[in-house]
Design a protein around this ligand. Structure first.
Ligand code: FAD
Length: 392
């Protein structure tokens, strides 16, 4: 007999887990989350997991602020340890970016974000170890932090399970099933499941599931490198954390990790599509040398750091570098939360909350309306003020 559910969620990353958690907290019914590999094996497990509020639009700054509050009180608000540590963050820019930075910081302050402009001379006070060479201006956001992406995803998943969500790993959705103009379920590697509501939270793999339904999701898979450097022991030691750095003069970001590690990632846009199931997951020698040298420019002590591993992850880039959080109106009962363009982790608490509200009540919070699917065809694309898409 075919299994029945009220809601099927496709994808066991931080988004699928957060949506499942918020759905079960807000509603009743049988919810099944299906993940083709292991939970977090997609993009989430490769995330830098920086949690900042520095965005260039009012609604994204508000969204990030609301999400940060959840990370700060994660055990009370969700339950469990998501690994969040407050580190502070500096954003460093060159002469060309001065006006944009001043405008963004003003806008963020108006949204209640604690942030302020600092001069090159003040960098060493708020972010010891960082160099101001080459920068014209910076801002400092003291509440920024870093989390553990796997731990966060597991907290959402475990709490969802605790409240009754059925989570299955190693189950691939081959097809979303429809009759006429409505969704009827999913065809999986372990049989069909009938459900009137299907939520596509499969990151860059969402496009392949929507495409047979005649829905072209504008999501491109792009490869992004991450280098892990063991810091010299005289910079922070084994347990010390340093500030997060968005060094836009070098187009990199740096985040402290546990065990004396600093992760270095790229803020550059990548316009070449990759195959998300067959891309180069390691870094080349050239990439390792490049990111190590760039990191040493931002934090001079890192010129003495030891590369201790590297990986590349995939971004699900949309044309405006913002996600689709919406019903896919061609089919009643079909929803999408994908296209996070490399900056979704920090937004996952609010994404789960918004999607659950939309699915259960049919209503959207005002700020969610910016993420409508039809914005790409109605001239309402989001306009980030930074050239780097990952900054948002
Ligand atoms: C290198 C890197 C650094 C990043 N740094 C940051 C950062 O510092 N801060 C930040 O906010 N964000 C960051 N991000 C982005 C963030 O990690 C992602 O936006 C977020 O993890 C996306 O979660 P997700 O659940 O949408 O995707 P995923 O974690 O990819 O989950 C989707 C899941 O769907 C599954 N799936 C796919 N197809 C199927 C199918 N047919 N059937 C069943 N399951 C399927 C996949 O296996 C996968 O597990 C970074 C990303 C990368 C790659």
């Amino acid at each position: 007999m075919t299994e029945q559910a009220d809601i099927v969620i496709i994808g066991g990353g931080v988004m699928g887990a957060s949506i499942a958690y918020h759905l079960v907290r807000q509603g009743n019914g049988k919810i099944i989350l299906l993940e083709r590999q292991g939970l977090g094996n997609g993009t989430t497990g490769r995330s830098g997991a920086i949690v900042r509020q520095h965005y260039s639009n009012e609604f994204t700054a508000r969204m990030a602020k609301e999400s940060l509050a959840v990370f700060q009180q994660f055990d009370d608000r969700v339950g469990g340890d998501c690994g969040f540590v407050t580190t502070g963050m500096v954003v460093m820019i060159d002469e060309a970016g001065v006006d944009a930075l001043r405008a963004n910081v003003r806008m963020q302050q108006e949204q209640g974000v604690t942030t302020h402009i600092i001069s090159a001379d003040e960098i060493s006070e708020v972010a010891p170890g960082f160099s101001s060479a080459g920068m014209a201006l910076a801002c400092y956001e003291p509440d920024t932090g870093v989390a553990d992406p796997m731990a966060t995803m597991y907290c959402f998943a475990q709490r969802a399970r605790h409240h009754g969500v059925i989570i299955r790993e190693g189950v691939t959705i081959n097809r979303i099933l429809t009759t006429g103009e409505r969704v009827t379920g999913v065809q999986t590697s372990q049989g069909d499941i009938q459900a009137p509501i299907v939520v596509l939270a499969a990151n860059v793999w969402s496009g392949a599931l929507a495409q047979p339904l005649g829905i072209p999701l504008p999501i491109t898979a792009t490869r992004h490198p991450m280098l892990a450097l063991r810091r010299p022991n005289d910079f922070g030691g084994r347990h010390g954390m340093h500030a997060v750095g968005l060094d836009l003069t070098r187009q990199i970001y740096l985040r402290p990790d546990f065990g004396g590690i600093t992760l270095v990632g790229s803020a550059e846009n990548v316009f070449t599509a990759s195959d998300p199931d067959a891309y180069s997951q390691g870094l080349t020698e050239t990439e390792i040398a490049r990111y190590r040298a760039l990191a040493g420019g931002s934090i001079p002590a890192l010129t003495r750091a030891v590369p201790r591993g590297s990986w590349a992850g995939i971004y699900d880039d949309t044309p405006d570098f913002h996600p689709i959080l919406d019903r896919l109106a061609a089919y009643e009962g079909l929803y999408c939360a994908a296209g996070f363009s490399g900056h979704g982790f920090k937004l996952s608490p609010v994404v789960g909350q918004w999607m659950a509200q939309l699915i259960l009540t049919g209503t959207k919070p005002v700020d969610m309306q910016h993420f409508a699917f039809d914005r790409f065809t109605t001239g309402k694309e989001i306009r980030p003020r930074y050239e780097s898409g990952v900054l948002g």
